[in-house]
Design a protein around this ligand. Sequence first.
Ligand SMILES: [Zn+2]
Length: 280
Amino acid sequence: VPELPEVETIAADVRPHLTARVVVAARVLRPDVLRGVGRARFERALAGRLVTAVRRRAKHLVLELDDEHRVVIQPRMTGSLIVRDAGPPRRTAARDPYDVLHIDLDSGARVAYRDVRRLGAIFLLDPPAWARYDAAIGPEPLEAAFTAERLAAILGRAGLAVKKALMDQRRLAGVGNIYANEALWLAAVDPSRPASSLRADEVERLHRAVVGTLARSIRGRGTTVRDYRTGTGQPGTFQGRLAVYQRAGRPCPRCGGGKRIALTHAIDGRATYFCPGCQH
Ligand SMILES: [Zn+2]
């Protein structure tokens, strides 16, 4: 599941290939991923346009075009954007059966959106639609404006479990199940605690943990537990550095041999990994 660090990695990989390039042709191979726009209008809207920027917002990729429209790609479970260099002529190049969208650029490169289970979604948004989309998502945790005070304000209003609050994209952008589990363990906070019950020192630890674990994962090019690949088609490396996620039954890295990582589905039906020893 691509979360903030994985989408950030993909954006960084494809950015140099897309930015300041003209789209020669866009082809939608699987139109069922389009939302609010049909294949013909989408392809026409991209053809001949200059890509002015490639950004990430929450867990989504945003391609900005010179007419102020944005292509927003939500990779959700199994989607990824990949650069395929010019290489051999198209008709002889092997076809990836999971390709959903091809964007051919004036450099000769092709950027492909591929999605194994096609649970992802692609939007074409004009400026007002983008403003609404952006406003519905919470603050970016790696921006300077995201302080411990800001996190305290987010959690203070929430009576639900702190883990659920962290993962709620309307409250905070980009954190999903992997990094919520990791951050709560790092901060030694019980994931099931009501968000509003955290003391100031706990919120401060949690803030440091969220920012730290996301930043370290970006440096490791993200976490590959199954399908995630970077923009160059490689797996990430952060899966080797996870403390609790998918590590049920292993000794807690902080408590040592005495305590083992536990797994519960009591919070929102999602897999929650925690140490019963140090996350009180
Ligand atoms: Zn522990």
